[in-house]
Design a protein around this ligand. Structure first.
Ligand code: SF4
Length: 442
């Protein structure tokens, strides 16, 4: 018996897929190489943007044909889409061949739900509203050089455009010892880089027993001491909760990488207030200045939404100004897409699609020009690169990343994968660089 997954969206869904695979393997299943060999197909879905949802609906349409050809096939859907009760119900009605519909908080119940679907036939739908942190669930993890480790789940921030708090629930932090044990195990299995993951890692620890007295900076300091872990990254940081203690911890650590992903979302205070982001343009810039003062060579990247309801030309130009002032190493830019169930979906005026596309293009052009200038500062410099594997576009090259998370290609040589090398940057582009090893291996 074999399973096949379609995973949409963020690393949280990748982590959920590892647990679902863990359950299936413990039940005797193995991974199928393609849909056609599978006995179970699961869609692990995302609803953060309209595009992700459209892809899920497209895939569900395709699976109808497969189910017709193979009626014993079990088709299930999980993740953030069915966590919304109205969406779960509409999936049930619109796609009668779906055997299993369950939400993000039902993950631990998967074996029972699958058994019910197989035993009784017909559709099984179960969505609960809140979940708890559950340790020791079985898990199939592709152990490589890099791994993601969830340190917390959910979010309490309720940004007005975001569906996450409604589908991932309130913030829950894992216990520090469980996180550290997972990281120790990863290093024993050869992992060299770990990314600590949460919707807002900077609020890690709130809600844990007060006697633990642990916050994100404390956790990071403890992870830095795990022997053998070469690189530690974290995402996502909410700018409002980025403490001075955290800056100091990064500064004093040896493995925590000098890359900060700090989603600003807009450069206009009016828009930030309507987004309920909890900081202003001024406090964001102050944080950037503190980071640059403490760690001048750090890379700072961001997320920006353009065309938020009511965003004026003036608001947008303030965003462009902020992008120029900060000089981000990279900007992940998105056009606002209304998510039903979030307050901003009812805000007025919603901007025309053409206007949002225009602003998006302007932002991307501005950000890319700045990214190139930022990268040019590394020309002819020697940087540490963790070699990750062959280049996806050129088999004669290897690719790796700097501590600041920049992509570097270098000529292929045997036995370099998994090595930390000193590399001289020889050519710089907007999204990547070329380099040559200096002969020094760390
Ligand atoms: S911080 Fe805001 S944008 Fe991020 S997950 Fe929470 S609600 Fe969504």
């Amino acid at each position: 018996m074999k399973y096949y997954f379609h995973i949409f969206g963020c690393q949280m869904n990748e982590a959920d897929a590892e647990v679902l695979a863990g359950f299936l393997v413990s039940m005797g299943y193995s991974r199928a190489e393609s849909e056609s060999e599978a006995d179970i197909i699961l869609l692990i879905t995302c609803c953060v943007r309209e595009h992700a949802e459209s892809r899920v609906y497209g895939k569900l349409g395709e699976l109808a044909r497969l189910k017709q050809l193979k009626p014993s096939l079990v088709v299930g859907i999980s993740g953030c889409m069915p966590q919304q009760a109205d969406v779960a119900e509409s999936l049930r009605v619109k796609f009668p061949y779906l055997d299993l519909i369950f939400g993000t908080h039902n993950l631990p119940d998967f074996p029972r739900l699958l058994e019910e679907a197989q035993a009784h036939g017909g559709q099984v739908l179960e969505v609960v509203e809140e979940g708890e942190v559950r340790e020791n669930l079985p898990r199939v993890r592709q152990i490589g050089l890099k791994a993601w480790v969830s340190i917390m789940y959910g979010c309490n921030n309720y940004c007005t455009y975001c569906i996450v708090p409604y589908v991932r629930g309130r913030e829950r932090s894992r216990l520090p010892e469980a996180i550290l044990a997972e990281i120790r195990e990863l290093t024993e299995q050869g992992c060299l880089e770990v990314t600590l993951l949460g919707q807002n890692v900077n609020s890690y620890g709130r809600g844990l027993a007060p006697q633990l007295r642990v916050d994100f900076a404390d956790l990071l300091a403890a992870v830095d001491k795990v022997p053998g872990m070469q690189r530690v990254r974290f995402m996502t940081s909410h700018p409002r909760d980025f403490s001075d203690k955290l800056i100091e911890t990064v500064f004093n650590s040896s493995s925590v990488c000098e890359h900060f992903h700090l989603p600003v979302q807009s450069g206009s205070n009016q828009v930030l207030a309507r987004m309920n982001r909890g900081y202003t343009r001024e406090t964001y810039l102050e944080l950037v200045h503190k980071l640059r003062a403490a760690i001048p060579h750090a890379a700072i990247t961001t997320d920006i939404i353009v065309g938020f309801p009511g965003e004026t030309e003036q608001d947008f130009s303030e965003t462009l100004d902020l992008v120029r002032e900060v000089a981000f190493d990279s900007v992940f830019a998105f056009a606002y897409s209304a998510r039903s169930g979030t307050p901003a979906a009812d805000f007025a005026p919603q901007l025309p699609k053409a206007e949002k596309s225009l602003r998006l293009k302007q932002l991307i052009d501005t950000a890319n020009a700045i990214a190139l200038v930022r990268n040019q500062k590394l020309a002819d410099k020697v940087v540490e690169v963790l070699v990750e594997g062959p280049s996806k576009t050129n088999p004669d090259r290897l690719t790796g990343r700097t501590r600041t998370n920049k992509l570097v290609h270098l000529d292929s040589e045997p036995d370099l994968v998994g090595k930390l090398l000193d590399v001289r940057i020889t050519r710089v582009q907007t999204f990547s660089m070329l380099g040559e090893r200096t002969g020094v291996e760390r």
